[in-house]
Design a protein around this ligand. Structure first.
Ligand code: AMP
Ligand code: ZN
Length: 113
C-alpha cells in the first residue's frame, strides 16, 4: 500500500492544484507556508534515486520540473518559491513515493543551505 498511489488513483481525496498524464499536484495536508503543494509522479518511484534509475526517469523528471513551475504560476509565486525533496528516512522522507514540496507565499528565511 502506498498513500500517494492511493491519492493518484482517487481512493484517498486530495485538493488538486494541477494534473496531467504524468503528475498530480495537490495541497500538502500539513502546510508549512501559505503555499505548500506536493508534486507527485503518477508512476510509483520510491525516491529520487529510483526515479533517476528508471528507463522513464528522464521523462518523468522533465514533467515534474514543468509541473513545479506550473504549480508556482497557479499559486502566484513564480520566481519566489522553494522546492524540497527528502530522499530516504534519514533525510526526513516519510512517504516513500517520490514527491517534491513547492513552498512559498511567505518569506522563506529558514535556510538550510
Ligand atoms: P516527506 O516528509 O518529504 O515524505 O513529505 C510527506 C508530506 O506528505 C508531508 O509534508 C505530509 O504533510 C504530506 N501528507 C501526508 N499525508 C497527506 C495527505 N493525505 N494529503 C496531503 N499531504 C499529505
Ligand atoms: Zn506510490
Amino acid at each position: 500500500m502506498c498513500l500517494f498511489c492511493d491519492i493518484v488513483e482517487g481512493k484517498i481525496p486530495s485538493t488538486k492544484v494541477y494534473e496531467n498524464d504524468y503528475v498530480l499536484c495537490f495541497d500538502d495536508i500539513n502546510p508549512v507556508a501559505p503555499v505548500h503543494v506536493l508534486v507527485v509522479p503518477k508512476k510509483h518511484f520510491d525516491n529520487i534515486d529510483a526515479l533517476a534509475a528508471d528507463p522513464e526517469g528522464a521523462l518523468y523528471s522533465a514533467e515534474i520540473t514543468k509541473a513545479i513551475s506550473e504549480v508556482a504560476k497557479i499559486k502566484g509565486v513564480t520566481g519566489s518559491y522553494r522546492t524540497i525533496n527528502n530522499c530516504g528516512e534519514k533525510a526526513g522522507q516519510t512517504v516513500m513515493h517520490v514527491h517534491f514540496h513547492v513552498i512559498g507565499g511567505a518569506e522563506l528565511t529558514e535556510k538550510l543551505i
